[in-house]
Write a protein that binds this ligand. Structure first.
Ligand code: PGA
Length: 289
């Protein structure tokens, strides 16, 4: 059973004013996912207080709860986390950070620890993004250290990996993915999502085709099954990232092994990001056990 996960990665963009207007609108758009269609209303689906989902018992009709709509996370820069947490409080939108350090505290000027984020109410953190790898010297070793610390602090992790254009062109994509996936071995798969982000597709306007994404995601799930077993691999959400936009989202997100998206540029526009969220399917219950 996999509930699609849509994550906005704002990178180094935004202001207090923009985070406020963005989240006020996004909370409404996410609540709209719960609005029952006429057929679901006829089947007895009920909205909870404030438009929130209700469980089976609360619907009172004995029918299984409808498949959940996608889960939504917004990751603004550190300075916008207080405003974001305040505005999103009590809503269906979770707030995440874009990085964390692997030590709880210490002499690490300029760093923020996973424990500090957790204390603050942050629930997710992105780790190992290719921009961190390319521009700031991140390696599989440091990415794993950050992810391990984040999970110890109680956060869930979106772990990014993906091949460069040269690696794809030389036919090495799956070998690169296999090597990078080994960095996941010590992590808790139940507090983890993996983002496949081909480096050549990030911020370039050139996305992987749905078939290319599906091929890598299937392969990656197989690698994860080797590390954790089939059950955790079937439950693991594998997101695609790299130039996801409203007009290509549905084709990517309906691939069997694409369980959501990590969205950069297109997540800065609330209506564009909402359109991507609305293009995602609901929870997948037919995942093979
Ligand atoms: P993009 O970025 O959507 O702008 O390509 C994706 C990412 O870096 O996570």
């Amino acid at each position: 059973m996999r509930r699609p996960l849509l994550c906005a990665n704002w990178k180094m963009h935004g202001s207090i004013a923009s985070v406020q207007s963005f989240l006020e609108t996004l909370v409404v758009r996410v609540d709209e996912l719960d609005a029952p269609s006429p057929s679901r209303r006829a089947a007895g689906f009920a909205l909870g207080e404030g438009g929130r989902r209700r469980g089976v018992a609360e619907t009172g009709v004995g029918a299984p709860a409808p498949p959940a709509p996608p889960e939504v996370i917004v990751c603004p820069p550190f300075t916008l986390l207080p405003a974001a947490l305040l505005i999103a409080s009590g809503s269906e939108v979770a707030i995440g950070a874009q990085n964390c350090h692997w030590k709880e505290n210490g002499a690490f000027t300029g760093e923020v620890s996973a424990w500090m984020l957790a204390e603050f109410g942050v629930r997710w953190v992105i780790v190992g993004h290719s921009e961190r790898r390319e521009l700031f010297g991140e390696t599989d070793v440091t990415a794993t250290a950050r992810a391990t610390a984040a999970q110890r602090a109680g956060l869930s992790v979106i772990f990014c990996l993906g091949e460069t254009l040269a690696q794809r062109d030389s036919g090495a994509t799956l070998q690169v993915i296999e090597a990078q996936a080994r960095a996941l071995a010590g992590l808790d798969p139940e507090r983890l999502a993996v983002a496949y982000e081909p480096v050549w597709a990030i911020g370039t306007g050139r996305n992987a085709t749905p078939a290319q994404a599906q091929e890598v995601h299937t392969y990656l799930r197989g690698q994860v099954a080797g590390l954790f077993g089939k059950g955790p691999a079937d439950r693991l959400r594998i997101l695609y990232g790299g130039s996801v936009k409203p007009d290509n989202a549905a084709a990517l997100l309906t691939q069997e092994d694409v369980d959501g998206a990590l969205v950069g540029g297109a997540s800065l526009d609330v209506e564009g990001f909402s359109a991507i969220i609305h293009a995602a399917p609901r929870e997948r219950r037919e995942a093979k056990e």
